[in-house]
Design a protein around this ligand. Structure first.
Ligand code: PMP
Length: 286
């Protein structure tokens, strides 16, 4: 892979930040990840919108325009030589030359990189569906760390993952403050009931893939809403799937050891997966 920092393009192994950077010391950073498929960026504008929105909410500034960042991301991909890649853009609080504890004294830092694509779910999991466990862990609250800003606050999600592994699951879902389903380590979740789609509304990252599912649902006349999803909505769903840039739409066929419906990948999920991948070669979605 290839990284960009401080005005230079570097091999990934040479891209290093100071241990005094607040991104490292305090998770004081935001980032976004875009997928490049066969040389084509997928929904880059939406990722740039979210990245700029995050920097604004965290009161960070970088000395680059959207156009400059777009060029940098394209250059990282071109220099990496990969046709399919994950491209990440990061803004950290940075640090202050005088070690000031006042974040206003810090010089915010922009870093970008492109690495080869590797899906979060393997082929076998995509065919049979993932096995998910619900953890009792509560995701960061909108009252503390804004979960709508893409962030590196993952201690809750990682704890959820270990809970899931201990319970025999492959990945985890964690809860919101009211005990409803929130999201998982790097993905949003949807339930399908009576042909309609539902995904948690609040306290989660507004995923770009989640947004794509709403757009696809509108195109193929499926009802889709953002509303609370309780634990029983999840276990009683006709179908369940999770969404992320890193994996697209991924079927879930078991929750807490119990099969969803008959335990096979459902027709609505299949249809959405199929449409989603077709959109990767649709210029209107680039
Ligand atoms: N929730 C969290 C906590 C995430 O980190 C991510 C992806 N990084 C998502 C949801 C999915 O978002 P997207 O579809 O934009 O990748």
């Amino acid at each position: 892979g290839v990284a960009y920092m401080d005005g230079q393009y570097l091999p990934m192994s040479e891209a290093k930040i100071s241990v005094l950077d607040w991104g490292f010391l305090h998770s004081d950073a935001t980032y976004d990840t875009v997928h490049v498929w066969e040389g084509r960026f997928f929904r880059l504008d939406l990722h740039l919108d979210r990245f700029w929105g995050g920097m604004q909410r965290l009161r960070m500034k970088i000395p680059y325009s959207r156009e400059q960042v777009t060029d940098i991301l394209h250059n990282c991909v071109a220099l990496s030589g990969h046709k399919s890649a994950y491209v990440e853009m990061i803004c950290t609080r940075g640090g202050s030359p005088t070690f000031s504890r006042d974040p206003r004294q810090s010089e915010n830092r922009f870093i970008a990189f492109a690495v080869p694509f590797g899906s979060v779910a393997n082929k076998e999991q995509l065919e049979r569906g993932l096995h998910v466990s619900v953890s009792e862990i509560v995701r960061i609250s909108p009252k503390s760390v804004d979960p709508e800003v893409k962030n590196y606050h993952w201690l809750d999600l990682v704890k959820g993952l270990f809970d899931a592994y201990d319970a025999g699951g492959e990945t985890a879902l964690v809860l919101d403050e009211n005990g409803n389903i929130a999201e998982g380590p790097g993905f949003n979740v949807f339930v399908v009931k009576d042909g309609g789609l539902r995904t948690p509304a609040f306290g989660v990252l507004p995923g770009i893939t989640r947004r794509s599912v709403f757009d696809l649902a509108a195109e193929i006349n499926l009802k889709a809403v953002a509303e609370d999803v309780s634990r029983s909505d999840l276990s009683g769903a006709d179908e369940v799937f999770i969404t992320s840039t890193a994996g697209g739409i991924m079927p879930v066929t078991k929750v807490d050891g119990t099969p969803i419906s008959d335990g096979s990948v459902g027709p609505v999920t299949r249809r959405l997966m199929d449409h989603y991948w077709k959109k990767h070669s649709d210029p209107a979605w680039s």
